[in-house]
Ligand binder design. Structure first.
Ligand code: PAF
Length: 281
């Protein structure tokens, strides 16, 4: 397994081994868990060569405390990647290597996808995501790149980014991986005390109940119902529940047969912010 820290070294290594081989990319911020492992496994099964990037991107953090607290677990990450395949190339550049002396994001217009839900609560978050994903796609130049559906809004924004920048890459969305109690896997789960982590199954259980209701109830009624469930639960503070179509992420006025919908949720458990979502139809 190769750990590369500079763009030059990565390009020269890739050009020496690639030829006609298919290249897959899995961008991550490290602190890897089974959710990442599932993306890496899929990339390995669909490509000849796989690059996993580990880079905690400063420009996508609106909260500097969050950035400071972000776990850095390179050794454990290497082991997890190693467990999937020894042939994987890890690219773990420094902030200077990516941004030089200018740690700033570009400003993007993602057609409104960036203004709702996560975008409404996390200032300039998606400009930061767009900036780093665009850089990584241009540095690595993969045929396919893999992202998890837990960050479904991010996934749709990255699809839009590829369209806007006319990049020759297929974006592959991968299903959410859950802990045994249903909690969506996230690096942040490590920050939850054990009892609270167990109770956090409430988030997925509520989404499952919302899905059940979607057949007969309006989106508004379901959002109100979810809000009430969280009002009654002292361990959690609901930030938003939003039922939208999957293409434009706009609130549902009237359900349409030919459209796909999802429910999106953001919740605080202590000071840990958790997000999740579920396909409704
Ligand atoms: O989902 C993530 O881990 C990050 O947002 C990404 C896509 C690696 C960009 O930093």
């Amino acid at each position: 397994m190769l750990l590369i820290e500079t763009k030059n070294e990565l390009s020269s290594h890739l050009s020496s081994i690639l030829g006609n081989k298919l290249l897959g990319l899995v961008p991550t911020m490290g602190a890897l868990h089974e959710g990442h492992a599932s993306l890496i496994k899929k990339a390995v099964s669909e490509n000849d060569v796989v690059v996993v990037t580990i880079f905690v991107n400063p420009t996508q953090f609106d909260n500097k405390e969050d950035l400071k607290k972000y776990p850095k677990t390179l050794e454990a990450d290497q082991q997890l990647i190693h467990g999937v395949s020894r042939a994987i190339i890890i690219f773990a550049p420094s902030v200077e290597e990516i941004y030089r002396n200018d740690v700033q994001s570009k400003s993007y217009d993602f057609g409104g996808l960036e203004n709702v839900m996560e975008g409404a609560f996390r200032d300039e978050h998606f400009d930061g995501v767009g900036t780093i994903v665009s850089s990584l796609l241009k540095i690595v130049r993969p045929r396919r790149a893999y992202f998890g559906e837990k960050d479904f809004q991010q996934l749709q924004i990255i699809r839009k980014l590829v369209e806007i920048e006319n990049l020759d890459v297929t974006i592959v969305g991968c299903p959410i991986v859950r802990e045994a109690n249903g909690l969506a896997m996230s690096s942040r789960n490590e920050r939850l005390p054990k009892a609270l982590r167990q109770k956090a199954s409430f988030i997925y259980d509520t989404l499952l109940a919302a899905k059940e209701k979607f057949g007969t109830k309006s989106a508004n009624t379901i959002e109100d119902w979810v809000t009430k469930q969280f009002d009654k639960h002292p361990a959690f503070k609901l930030e938003y529940i939003s039922i939208t179509d999957v293409e434009r992420l706009l609130p549902v006025r009237k359900k349409q047969q030919n459209k796909k919908y999802r429910a999106f949720i953001a919740v605080y458990a202590n000071e840990v912010r958790l997000i999740d979502n579920i396909a409704l139809n």
